[in-house]
Design a protein around this ligand. Structure first.
Ligand code: IPE
Ligand code: IPE
Ligand code: MG
Length: 233
């Protein structure tokens, strides 16, 4: 595939694990287990291609309303996944960063998440952001609260300074957002940052999403004209 115009920041809504499992008569947990394997492959491929920022929607604030057993399975899976991946993240020079409220996570998962973030904090080849216990609206409200608490001078607030109060502080906005499983919505993902992102929807369920599907999305992105409100040249 041509890598002429890669997104600097790729964000993915990894959706369809449950349906993948259901189609096979398996419990939803199997879909999540397979989804984690896909995530690993897509992280590796993104790093290989030279994408600098990759954000994966891992758990939304709204996902707390799922059955307790599914929620605890997901956090346990994440804990084991990160424990198993930390050496590779170091080897591949990938920095882990969390977008979301980590204080509300189960203690065991929170400890591993924090350990991996600390350990990888000086890695530079790729930023891997996990949107975890994340909600775009909650992120914006949190930013406003911080600004008010600091008595920030309203006249000096700009769209750029506001970004410093978001979880993505210091990182560029996503250029491309991919959503798998055929759903055509953002589900509270990166609402502020997605203002000018290109959107790509595929019916492929996340456990089936492969590097080949990633290439197709990137090819599609490379052919798009981004105008940012301007007249086409
Ligand atoms: C995405 O797959 C994973 C998470 C939201 C954690 P789903 O679990 O939403 O799968 P579907 O949408 O029910 O198929
Ligand atoms: C979005 O998927 C959240 C994640 C992928 C983690 P959902 O499956 O929760 O979204 P809805 O409910 O279909 O909007
Ligand atoms: Mg879903």
């Amino acid at each position: 595939m041509s890598t002429t115009k890669l997104p600097t920041h790729l964000a993915i809504i990894m959706d369809g694990n449950g349906r993948w499992a259901k189609q096979r008569g398996l419990p939803r947990s199997e879909g999540h287990r397979q989804g984690a394997k896909t995530a690993k492959k897509i992280v590796e491929e993104s790093r290989r291609l030279g994408i600098n920022h990759l954000t994966l929607y891992t758990f939304s604030k709204e996902n707390w309303s799922r059955p307790k057993s599914e929620v605890s399975f997901l956090f346990d899976l994440l804990k084991k996944f990160l424990q198993g991946e930390v050496t590779r993240l170091m080897k591949q020079d990938i920095r882990l960063n969390i977008l979301g409220e980590i204080n509300e996570l189960p203690l065991g998962t929170r400890n591993v998440v924090q350990m991996v973030c600390t350990k990888t904090q000086n890695n530079r080849s790729m930023h891997l952001n996990l949107a975890l216990n994340y909600s775009g609206r909650a992120e914006i409200v949190r930013a406003c609260k911080q600004l008010l608490q600091e008595n920030f001078d309203p006249d000096s607030l700009t769209e750029e300074t506001f970004k410093d109060y978001l979880y993505t502080k210091g990182q560029p906005d996503p250029d491309l957002i991919i959503r798998t499983s055929g759903e055509l919505r953002l589900s509270n993902y990166l609402l502020y940052q997605a203002a000018y992102a290109e959107l790509y929807f595929t019916p492929v369920l996340w456990p089936d999403f492969s590097p080949k599907h990633l290439h197709a999305a990137l090819e599609d992105y490379a052919g798009r004209k981004r105008r940012f409100g301007r007249v086409e040249e």
